[in-house]
Design a protein around this ligand. Structure first.
Ligand SMILES: Cc1ncc(COP(=O)(O)O)c(C=O)c1O
Length: 393
């Protein structure tokens, strides 16, 4: 039986060569390769400033810290995300204000953001943190307009969104990374480009960029990473409390090689998604994901729903059978309001976000990664269809 894992990174000779060069260069922590990774990433998304960090979690933490989020503040976000999005708010004594998602895109619903900005507790809201779910950019025109009207900042969780773009009013097709106040990307092992672990922060705001850079390395001077280089100074100043979120040159070496392949890697994900969509569109038990027009979907995830009313098995059983037949599957996402921590700390309860919870009860994520062969994709299609047909009501 064929085995198709949920993910396998697309690591090849380019990544190997870059890593070996970094290891042999005599400089393995943050240094010239990280700076180059930042320059090339900034150029790729068209951003003024880019700072490489240890992970997207750190990027989100730094972004909130840099805009001054602190105890008592609130940040509007989606419950249909990985915990990192909302977890970082708790680092700063702030709280997440979850609002429900759109049933088609699974992105945060701008109407619900508007309600939250006008509802009880709105005076504490200092920022909105949209998540470009699965690599499909949120409706940023509406989110930016709401943010401007209510005087709050926009920090984008772009963990899924390398390669993602959206048509904006007056700007045309725009890559994620220059839209909100700050964008935070992830290069975790499964992401669209990887550095094994890593993240990138982009912003058009030079003052914010400077604050983030200082906070990312213990509150030290911006170029303190050079202090062991012959061109650097041994003296550094500590300006404020900071964190240890720098990215090493070994990680950046992988990231640089991946970034040079980003178009190829994105196109491959898009091609697999197109095949899945074409194959599953006519199946009564299956509901394919919706890609909006005017959006360049980066297909970090392929999140499909089951029409459980047309099937004799539920989502969990469907996943079990897929696994028995050698197909790796996952679920994105388990709504955060159903998790113990969010219930204990912030008083959230199950049942508060009917759209997210309904999607969760019926969704599964199929393998979609550039290292997948056409035969792997065909096997996933054949297996998913067979299970749907064998279990039709
Ligand atoms: C939506 C979202 N935000 C943030 C993160 C955190 O990314 P990292 O693992 O780079 O910290 C993830 C990771 O999966 C994610 O899916």
């Amino acid at each position: 039986m064929r085995q198709v894992p949920f993910h396998r990174p697309a690591i090849g000779p380019d990544e190997e060569r870059e890593v070996i060069a970094a290891l042999r260069s005599g400089w393995i922590t943050t240094g010239p390769r990280t700076k180059q990774f930042e320059r090339e990433f900034a150029q790729y998304v068209g951003a003024r400033n880019a700072l490489a960090v240890a992970h997207c979690t750190g990027a989100l933490h730094l972004a909130l810290f840099a805009i001054g989020i602190g105890p008592g503040d609130a940040v509007i976000t989606t419950p249909f995300t990985f915990t990192a999005t909302a977890e970082v708010m708790g680092y700063l004594g702030a709280r997440p204000v979850f609002v429900d998602i759109e049933p088609d895109t699974f992105n945060i619903d701008p109407d619900k953001i508007e309600q939250a900005l006008n509802g009880a507790g709105a005076q504490d809201v200092r920022a909105i943190m949209p998540v470009h779910f699965a690599g499909q950019a949120c409706d940023m025109d509406r989110i930016l307009a709401l943010a401007r009207k209510h005087g709050v900042r926009v920090i984008e969780d772009a963990a899924h969104a390398v390669g993602s773009a959206r048509t904006l009013d007056g700007r045309g097709m725009t890559r994620v990374g220059t839209i909100g106040d700050v964008s935070c990307f992830s290069f975790y092992a499964t992401k669209n480009i990887t550095s094994a672990e890593g993240g990138m922060i982009t912003t058009e705001d030079d003052a914010l960029a400077a604050r983030i850079a200082v906070a990312s390395l213990h509150g030290m001077d911006r170029d303190a990473w050079k202090r062991y280089d012959s061109s650097g100074s041994w003296y550094y100043e500590i300006h404020d409390v900071g964190f240890k979120y720098n990215l090493s040159d070994v990680h950046s070496a992988i990231g640089l090689a991946q970034l040079r392949r980003v178009e190829e890697l994105t196109r491959r994900r898009q091609a697999i998604a197109a095949r899945y969509n074409a194959a599953f569109a006519g199946e009564p038990g299956l509901q394919i994901p919706i890609a909006e027009t005017g959006v360049e979907h980066a297909w970090h995830l392929y999140v499909m729903r089951l029409r459980t009313e047309a099937l004799r098995i539920d989502r969990n059983r469907f996943i079990e059978i897929l696994r028995e037949r050698g197909v790796g599957v996952s679920v994105h996402c388990i709504p955060l309001n159903t998790m113990h921590y969010y219930q204990r700390r912030y008083g959230y309860r199950a049942g508060q976000f009917p759209v997210a919870e309904d999607v969760y009860s019926r969704c599964l994520s199929l393998p979609i990664f550039p290292a997948m062969s056409d035969e792997d994709a065909a096997y996933v299609i054949e297996t998913v269809r067979a299970i749907a047909r064998e279990n039709r009501r």
